[in-house]
Design a protein around this ligand. Structure first.
Ligand code: C2E
Ligand code: MG
Ligand code: MG
Ligand code: MG
Length: 288
């Protein structure tokens, strides 16, 4: 198949690449034991109302606390876990842990009604068993369904069969919220999404990045701002909430608020942090 790589291109031994492949293989091999040893941890990142500044939700983001390598971000192992199918076990651990933490916040700070938002990999969402898994996580932890949000990417919303996941309606019927993650980077469109039981769109970081820290736009004619404006208007016409991802500055937050974006998430509102940091923020009260 080397020929298929292109005329005039030859497979050359590349020591850097093979070192990378070996590191990758070592990480994959270590995943199941890491799950058994309890080496995964969840960090939570605030999702904040742009109008009131109140923390309405937190997104659960998994990290691997590796005994030798330290804290490893999901970008280095989620893809591998998906390819090997390990994402199912890891994803279930994430879901149960997030529901358990959220139930504790709900019990301790009932008036905050803090929602926990959990990422579902395409492979998990595509598995018909996901509905029972979610129902069981809610039942065993006692978390009210409306305090759980599930984030799916546009491609995960479209199942492997190329049509919208049948589980979506069954998940929505449980009473959980469904969000489309990284919206604007995939192929779905709003006209299509309106037929699905989706509650929220998370606008992908690059649109927000286009709104620069100094309030100007990367593109002189404010193209990214106008895209955000159009997406927010359409989303609201379809009665969807909009969360802007990767908000890094106060100027961006102010522009997004002016564009009627509902909520924001990003370093400006707080970096992902251990559960205790969220508890402390809730304890801090309305300033949260
Ligand atoms: P995502 O769901 O889009 O999560 C948001 C990512 O943006 C997180 O990266 C977060 O740390 C990062 N981020 C936070 N604030 C800022 C900011 O101000 N600017 C920018 N540019 N980025 C910011 P993280 O934690 O590395 O996660 C990366 C991706 O890994 C996530 O993207 C999600 O797709 C995946 N992931 C994380 N946890 C899980 C999980 O439990 N299950 C599954 N299936 N996927 C997960
Ligand atoms: Mg990362
Ligand atoms: Mg997400
Ligand atoms: Mg995202």
């Amino acid at each position: 198949w080397a020929k298929a790589a292109g005329r005039g291109r030859y497979a050359v031994y590349d020591p850097e690449r093979s070192a990378r492949d070996m590191a990758r293989a070592a990480l994959v091999a270590g995943l199941p034991a890491a799950l058994e040893r309890g080496e995964f941890v969840l960090h939570y990142q605030p999702i904040v109302s742009l109008l009131e500044g109140r923390m309405l939700a937190v997104e659960a983001l998994v990290r691997w606390d590796h005994p030798e390598l330290g804290l490893i971000g999901p970008d280095r192992f989620i893809g591998l876990a998906e390819e090997t199918g390990l994402i199912v076990g890891l994803g279930e651990w994430v879901l149960r842990t997030a529901c358990r933490d959220a139930e504790r916040w709900w019990r301790e700070f009932p008036e905050a009604r803090l929602v926990v938002s959990v990422n579902l990999a395409a492979r998990q969402a595509d598995d018909p068993a996901i509905v029972d898994t979610v129902a069981d996580a809610l039942a065993t932890t006692g978390l009210p369904a409306e305090l759980l949000q599930l984030e799916l990417t546009e491609s995960a919303v479209m199942g492997s069969a190329g049509e919208p996941l049948r589980s979506l309606h069954r998940l929505a019927a449980l009473g959980v919220r469904l969000a489309v993650d990284d919206f604007g980077t995939g192929y779905s469109n709003l006209a299509y999404l309106r037929r699905l039981p989706i509650h929220c769109l998370k606008l992908a970081g690059p649109f927000v990045e286009g709104i620069r820290a100094d309030g100007t736009d990367v593109v002189a004619d404010h193209r990214d701002e106008r895209i955000v404006d159009a997406l927010v208007r359409l989303a609201h016409a379809l009665e969807l909430w909009v969360t802007a991802e990767a908000v890094e500055t106060g100027v961006q937050a102010e522009r997004l608020r002016a564009l009627r974006c509902d909520t924001g998430q990003g370093r400006y509102f707080g970096a992902p942090a251990p559960a205790e940091a969220i508890t402390a923020r809730l304890r801090g009260g309305s300033a949260g």
